[in-house]
Design a protein around this ligand. Structure first.
Ligand SMILES: NC(=O)c1ccc[n+]([C@@H]2O[C@H](COP(=O)([O-])OP(=O)(O)OC[C@H]3O[C@@H](n4cnc5c(N)ncnc54)[C@H](O)[C@@H]3O)[C@@H](O)[C@H]2O)c1
Length: 323
């Protein structure tokens, strides 16, 4: 699909459970781990927002296993954890606006589901856990770039759910000796991200619209910024977090981004240029619960995990448009 830049040398004795592996980031983790020789890659997903076609790519690989199951169901989680030595927890209900509309569903999947899966991992003796948190945890803290230990008040139920994951991860490390690492993703994008539906992420949605010659809506005046991050950078962070031997890396939370800020207008103009369109956007109101400026300080991940984002924003955009 595209040339991988990060090559991990030895995954041959790894048996990894990926929750949410039929989704966008999860399916990239599966692809990477199978490609670089993991002994077993098992996915649990209930297709809440994921797609069967994302796992069809791997279904004939003898090192791949799929469980159609719910992370809120302990028996499903136990079955998924059995015999595994690492857990990459990606399953969640994404989207800030969706969480504002239905906070109960967000809490059930992102908090109860997280907890159920963590207890199953504990019971199965899985020590290594890497889980997806989010830049939304920074809430109303005005500081830029965002540094891991300076957070404000969360602005949406989604952000609360991800912050709650971080709190639980801390006490699981403390009480059960698990080696848990949280990754605060900042606007991850790439191939296989779903462009459809009212809660679609901005990049796949705009690519789809611009290609169809439809005018995308920019919420606000276009000056809101994001630290857009190509998916292989997030994959690299997961693999490095899963494999690190650095004792001081465990029990920590890391920003996963590029450390560069682009406005929505920058994004729109880059996409127009890559696609070769002369369409103009429509400007709409700011979205509830949105952070206006977002930029990560990625030094902690660079220092403790040896994270080194290898795909820049524009390079990732070109791959995503081409896919
Ligand atoms: N994409 C981003 O920019 C971004 C940013 C910050 C955080 N995150 C987090 O990263 C993770 C992966 O996000 P994504 O963009 O790949 O989203 P996605 O929606 O593509 O993937 C989530 C997967 O979880 C599955 N799932 C949902 N509820 C489930 C349940 N009860 N049981 C089993 N499976 C269930 C879905 O079917 C889907 O396949 C999520 O935790 C998300 O909150 C993503």
């Amino acid at each position: 699909m595209y040339e991988t830049k990060y090559h991990h040398t030895d995954l041959s004795n790894q048996k990894i459970l990926i929750t949410g592996g039929a989704g966008f980031i999860g399916s990239h983790l599966v692809e990477y781990l199978l490609k670089f020789g993991a002994e077993k890659v098992r996915v649990i997903d209930n297709f809440m927002t994921g797609r069967r076609e994302n796992i069809d790519l791997f279904i004939n690989n003898p090192r791949f296993e799929f469980i159609e199951g719910d992370i809120c169901n302990k028996a499903d989680c136990d079955r998924a954890c059995d015999g595994m030595n690492a857990l990459l927890h990606q399953a969640a209900l994404g989207s800030v606006p969706r969480s504002i509309k239905d906070p109960v569903a967000t809490n059930r999947i992102n908090v109860d589901g997280f907890l159920t899966m963590m207890v199953a991992a504990r019971d199965a003796g899985i020590q290594r856990v890497v889980y997806a948190s989010s830049s939304s945890v920074y809430g109303d803290h005005p500081g830029l770039p965002k540094v891991e230990d300076k957070i404000g008040k969360q602005l949406s139920p989604y952000a609360v759910s991800k912050y709650t994951n971080e709190l639980y991860a801390h006490v699981f490390g403390l009480n059960y000796g698990m080696k848990i690492i949280g990754l605060r993703y900042f606007n991850i994008f790439g191939p296989r991200q779903d462009p459809n539906g009212q809660y679609a992420a901005v990049i796949p949605k705009w690519i789809d619209m611009i290609k169809k010659n439809e005018r995308p809506v920019i919420n606000g005046d276009g000056s809101n910024t994001r630290d857009f991050t190509f998916v292989e950078n997030a994959v690299q962070a997961n693999i490095k977090a899963m494999c690190t031997d650095n004792e001081s890396a465990f029990g920590q939370i890391y920003n996963i981004a590029c450390g560069n800020q682009f406005s929505l207008m920058d994004l729109f103009n880059s996409l127009k240029e890559i696609i070769g369109s002369n369409i103009e956007p429509v400007f709409g109101p700011n979205r509830e619960g949105d952070i206006s400026q977002s930029l990560a300080d990625v030094n902690k991940a660079k220092t403790l995990l040896k994270y080194n984002p290898s795909f820049a924003f524009n390079e990732g955009l070109k791959i995503t448009v081409r896919k």
